[in-house]
Design a protein around this ligand. Sequence first.
Ligand SMILES: Nc1ncnc2c1ncn2[C@@H]1O[C@H](COP(=O)(O)OP(=O)(O)OP(=O)(O)O)[C@@H](O)[C@H]1O
Length: 585
Amino acid sequence: MTPTTDRVTTRRSVLRHLRPGRRSALALAVSVVAATALPLLAPPITARFVDDAIAGAGTRHLVLIAFGYLALAVAGQAARMFTGWLASRLAWDGTNRLRETLAEHALGLDMAYHGRHTPGEMIERVDGDVVAVAEFVVAFLLDVVAGVLLLAGVIVIVFTVDPRIGGFLLVYCLLIGFGMARAQRLAVPSAARGRAAGAALFGDLEERLAGMEDIRANGAGEHAVHRLYQASSAWYRANLRSGWIGVGLLAGTWVAFAAGTAIALGLAAWAQRSGAITVGTAVLLFQYTLMVRAPFERLIDQLRQYQAALAGVTRIGGLLAERRTLPAPVGPRPLPDTGPLELSLDDVGFAYPDDGEQVLSHVTISLAPGETLGLVGRTGSGKTSIARLVLRLYDPTEGAVRIGGVDLRDADPVSVRRRICAVTQDVQIFAAGVRDNLTLFRPPPDDRLLRAVLMDVGLGDWLAALPDGLDTVLGGVSGSGVSAGEAQLLAFARAFLADPGLVVMDEASSRLDPATERRIEQSVDRLLADRTGVLIAHQLSSLSRVDKIAVIDGGRVVEYGRREDLVTDPGSRFARMLDMAGVSR
Ligand SMILES: Nc1ncnc2c1ncn2[C@@H]1O[C@H](COP(=O)(O)OP(=O)(O)OP(=O)(O)O)[C@@H](O)[C@H]1O
């Protein structure tokens, strides 16, 4: 496929989501035509009024025409309002469909993609871009389609009334259209520069405010303020320039329209004098000439929005075209349904997809069902990377990770998520009720079970103190606060509810109060009691509970064995590490 057809296909796939149903599209077409045609009928009524008034028609007759005009104006406005309402409803329906598809697609992409893109960027794509596109679709229907129809209608009608004035109007419209499009080209880059300067200023400001503590502590305030002056003056200059261009364009447009209207009026007066048309028809021509202005202004405005919407469509299309790098298994095999799971890493090598640098080499580890492994090693040695492979957030580049005898690449993803569970130190508390925070938005089991699990992990008193029990909203701006220790215990409660066969645990490295630490230790023991476990340990003391130890260094397993063998071997690295840390063997 060539890049052009590629682009066209991407755009089509995005716009397909915004396409309304057949009946809605028909209703929209009828209302757009009505909203355009009704105003076009108004000038002939005015012409009739003027001609009949000059011919001495009775007041009753003239009042009737005036009422007809009024009814038409009301109907025209109603049609426009209905079109606006219908177009925005349909656009919002389409937007929601597109947003849903995008969110689902983005959530299905693997960690390699999310590692490269920030949450802010995803939100901008799934929300900002989608809204910009939807708004453009509404504006396009109301301003571009209706505007072009109105212009075409005016020119055709004026042609039939007086071909000479019709010809003039056509040439005038073409010239104005061309001139405004050119002028727009001048205005858009300067407006874009203004926005970029504004974004740079606010970006600077956000960064400085976020780093206020460091700036103050290091006495860098003056420098930060100076940079702020520079950014604001760049913004001021860019805005001043785009402001002047905007004012110049506005003035130019006014003069061009005033000149056109004056010429049309002159031509109409001349035609009336020469007896070719009546006074009413001259008024009619004048009114039609005035009518071309508004659609022109809206059309030009949309030309600018079009570029932004097109860029949005391309970015959305880019996200939709993004594919998972973790291939779905051809014949998915479920992991054993119950009981602790066997785990083996066979000569595993791994490099993150974005930089290709080897972070794990020849890692071989095996755990019988119910055994626990402690991973130790310096920061950056590769412990988290091993955990990620076990959770199948990535696939190894060499070797295989097998769970319950099934290569994770062949395993059914649903059973992988159900049977393997992660308890990380970075616990995410959602701005939602306790129930949703425990079940991660899955349909909740019996409240009694939820309470029992919270009691078990030592959060019984915490639950009792919550104002609305399990309905209490946590996190967010208005929710109840959750301390670091409570968050850790909540993560254990989540794991108990999921009841996995293999647990991957990243031990909390931050210090907690002794009581909470004890509760967490108890939870770890209970969670590992009849499950296979991989524990990334930051404190050597917590390794007393594991069966096996793997010491990782530079992505390699430099020592591996049963814990009791390693601690009794004074020559082992692990024993030396315990001695150096002052931890009793
Ligand atoms: N998402 C990523 N993309 C690319 N490289 C990464 C990524 N995550 C980690 N790395 C690199 O992989 C190597 C191993 O990192 P890893 O996080 O597995 O170590 P760790 O032993 O868990 O460290 P820590 O104890 O600090 O958590 C490091 O060199 C790190 O820079």
